[in-house]
Write a protein that binds this ligand. Sequence first.
Ligand code: OFO
Length: 176
Amino acid sequence: MQTMKSSSISQTMQDAINDQIQAELESAYLYLALAARMEQLHLKGFAHWLRLQWQEETQHALKFYDYLLQRDGVVQLKELPTPTYEAETPLEIFELVLEHEKYITRRINDLYALSGKERDYASQTLLQWFVDEQIEEEESARDIIDDLRLVGDSGASLFLLDRELGQRQSEEEGEE
Ligand code: OFO
């Protein structure tokens, strides 16, 4: 009798992780769109920051992707909708970034809860990394919002803040 090879991760968990891969790639796509908007405003530092955020989100998606493959799961890539948003100014854009990160935090928390329900402790360990990462992601957006509230949406201070954000290094550069 032929035995069917079964993966070591439940179908429920695989489906939820595949949905999260899509959510991370959607975040990446949104941040790339917002980076272009900042370029239009001639705020190259903000654009650089958001472009690195695009890169980070892509890495988050890959972290889930590699994990599924490692557990002998099946990766299912889904369609990415065109990013739409209603933010114009730098402050509005970063308020949107914060709201988006809060939404991702809720998703990660739901996934964490699901891993407990499924008694999938390997997934829970991976998700703990994301729980911690979300604290940083929300904090970074909040810090930029606070700065923008202080400096306003134009003028010399905004120019200096733009310069500062232009110094952001990618995670790999930061580790060098
Ligand atoms: Fe910006 O967060 Fe991914 O997970």
